[in-house]
Design a protein around this ligand. Structure first.
Ligand code: ARG
Length: 461
């Protein structure tokens, strides 16, 4: 594997240490398929400008296809081949198959436009796959919302019980977040799906390549329009990492909620055995490891975003070897984002909800205090005054270790004489929920119709 792509100008070879430092094959081997795909298209482009005869083009394309057939069952074996990078590897293998003809393929092309093309092709496939993973998780959340439509949990602000909400309302909140993640992916694809091929090292290729046609042949929407920008732009990497990072933030909030709901203190849900693990010391333990790992992986994904952002900062035009640092963080981040989406789906599908425990908790903590204030408002009391009076009643109830609805009518009337027997109905969980009827609220009707909309959207996409 010593056949360097650039040995002629050098009297001495690279040191072993430099070579190990410089080589990217150990990680860019994952681009093998895209590199071969790009080369097949490039052979066509060279045929059209007369650099290759139709027969030569054919022979090269067949050899490239043959090479991929051989590699695809075990691409990771490429990593150990010892070549400088995936482009050197493919060229060397090609020459081994077709001899000197293989040395014609790099005419008018640089590894700079080549690697930029490969990476964009790779990212495009990732967007397709991740779109599916995000939709799957949305689907799983919708299923959970459907299955547990009767469950009521306390909603929190400041992690203090605030007002009861439907468990399904909670699940649909994450459907909304994932919807935005999906939109960001789709939007990133617009800028990502453009072709750098035919931009050469930096100045454009000296051959009369029809770059528009070449772009379309590779499934790109259009060619990149400036050669300097084309070989050095990695905005799309940052956009994907930023989408990944934001989506992981959403997952970290979802898993954090579930970890809390699953705790002994809350006891709202129980995670299935197949996504939990035990303790080597404490026999009673059943830990939500899958959820914690999703939460934890948010750090490395955001780390990859920061790393790429800093690598691009102040980088002069055009290609610099710094850009080789675009890959490992991206590969790692997208791999773990995907794994997190998948395992979160699995966690949701197996969890059980303890309806009784949820309902009890929703009824504790004076989560219906706002209802009592609204009741007084309905009796003509200005809200600020009602708020104050209910505050007094809450204090009284706390001192008696009772919920509001356990106070006697006479006690309630001491604070406001207009309170009547119908107040107890107002304070009930169902009455409270049914009042949250405005768009986006947690009434059963609102949640059911939100769920229906999600279902419709999922059927369309
Ligand atoms: N391995 C390089 C990368 O990942 C591509 C090769 C560009 N090398 C060069 N000397 N211009 O970016």
């Amino acid at each position: 594997a010593d056949a360097k792509l650039w040995g002629g100008r050098f009297a001495n070879g690279p040191s072993e240490a430099f070579q190990a430092f410089n080589d990217s094959l150990p990680f860019d081997y994952v681009l093998a398929e895209q590199d071969i795909q790009g080369s097949i298209a490039w052979a066509d482009a060279l045929r059209q400008v007369g650099v290759l005869t139709a027969q030569e083009c054919n022979q090269l394309q067949q050899a490239l296809q043959q090479l991929w057939q051989r590699l695809k069952s075990n691409p990771s074996a490429i990593a150990k081949a010892g070549d400088e990078d995936i482009h050197s590897f493919v060229e060397r293998e090609l020459v081994a198959l077709v001899g000197d003809l293989g040395k014609k393929l790099h005419t008018g092309r640089s590894r700079n436009d080549q690697v930029a093309t490969d990476l964009r092709l790779w990212c495009r496939q990732q967007v397709t796959d991740l779109t599916q993973n995000l939709s799957d998780l949305q689907q799983q959340l919708a299923l959970l919302a459907e299955r547990e439509i009767d469950a009521v949990i306390p909603g929190y602000t400041h992690l203090q019980r605030a007002q009861p909400v439907l468990f399904s309302h909670w699940a649909l909140a994450y459907v909304e977040m994932l919807k935005r993640d999906l939109e960001r992916l789709t939007d990133a694809l617009k800028r990502l799906n453009q072709s750098p091929l035919g931009c050469g090292a930096l100045a454009g290729t000296a051959y009369a390549i029809d770059r528009r046609q070449l772009a379309h042949q590779l499934g790109f929407d259009q060619p990149c329009l400036n050669s300097l920008d084309a070989v050095s732009d990695r905005d799309y990497v940052i956009e994907l990492l930023s989408t990944a990072s934001l989506s992981m933030l959403h997952l970290s909030r979802l898993t954090e909620d579930l970890i809390f709901y699953n705790s002994g203190e809350a006891g709202f849900i129980e995670m299935a055995d197949d996504v939990t693990s035990g303790s080597s010391l404490m026999p009673q333990k059943k830990n939500p490891d899958a959820l914690e790992l999703v939460r934890g992986k948010t750090g490395r994904v955001t780390g990859a975003l920061m790393a790429m952002t800093m690598t691009l900062k102040s980088l002069p035009l055009a290609y610099n070897k710094d850009l080789q640092e675009d890959k490992e963080g991206l590969f790692d981040a997208l791999k773990h984002w995907r794994a997190a989406l998948q395992i979160t789906s699995q966690c949701l599908s197996g969890l059980t909800v303890n309806h009784q425990r949820c309902r009890e908790a929703a009824q504790q903590g004076y989560a219906n205090a706002t209802e009592l204030a609204d009741y007084l408002v309905a009796k003509g009391v200005p809200f600020r005054q009602a708020h104050h009076q209910v505050g007094e009643l809450v204090q009284l109830a706390i001192s008696q270790r009772q919920p509001l609805e356990a106070l006697a009518l006479s006690q309630l009337q001491r604070v406001n004489a207009n309170i009547r027997e119908d107040v107890y109905e107002w304070l009930s969980l169902e009455s409270l929920l049914s009042k949250r009827q405005a768009l986006g609220g947690t009434s059963r009707q609102q949640v059911t119709s939100a769920l229906k909309k999600v279902r419709q959207q999922q059927q369309i996409s």
